[in-house]
Write a protein that binds this ligand. Structure first.
Ligand code: FES
Length: 159
């Protein structure tokens, strides 16, 4: 599939979703190329500020994915993640980010096809939205955008 010019970041837990994404890759399942994956020990380690930082640094969409509820390798990490990420998703508009640009999900190591469907669906959601402009005024007009304009508040500072 074409790369387009949007940039997506995926924060994936090592034990489930990263392994699922790896399975999709090794099984040669078709999936978009816009996603850059960051492997983490557990979604319980995903501080909401990390997601906002990704947007500030140029991501046009951020996906967090971990083990299904009850399957976290650290027992409760994804329960903590769920609380934080649900609150974060409800706050996106406050930060000037369309809520569709952020998604979290649960995908196991055996669900390579589910990963491929999820990343494809997420990419197809973000493509029509185009580039994110945190400074306001619509989509970015070039690939060299480095975040909000000088002097404007970062997403974290807008709280
Ligand atoms: Fe996967 Fe905790 S180890 S979400």
């Amino acid at each position: 599939m074409s790369g387009g010019d949007i940039k997506l970041v995926g924060f994936l837990c090592n034990w489930c979703s990263y392994a699922g994404a790896d399975m999709a890759g090794t099984s040669r399942m078709a999936q978009p190329a816009e996603m850059r994956i960051v492997r983490l020990p557990c979604t319980g380690r995903v501080n909401p500020l990390l997601v906002l930082k990704a947007f500030q640094e140029g991501a046009d969409g951020v996906l967090v994915s971990g083990c299904h509820p009850g399957d976290c390798h650290y027992n409760e990490g994804n329960y903590y993640a769920h609380r934080r990420l649900e609150l974060l998703s409800r706050m996106m508009a406050v930060y000037g980010i369309e809520p569709e640009r952020f998604r979290y999900t649960w995908i196991s190591a055996s669900e390579g096809a589910r990963w491929a469907e999820t990343v494809t669906g997420f990419t197809e959601t973000i493509r029509p939205l185009g580039r994110l402009n945190l400074a306001g005024g619509g989509a970015r007009d070039d690939d060299h955008h480095q975040g909000p304009a000088a002097g404007s508040a970062s997403p974290a500072e807008k709280r």
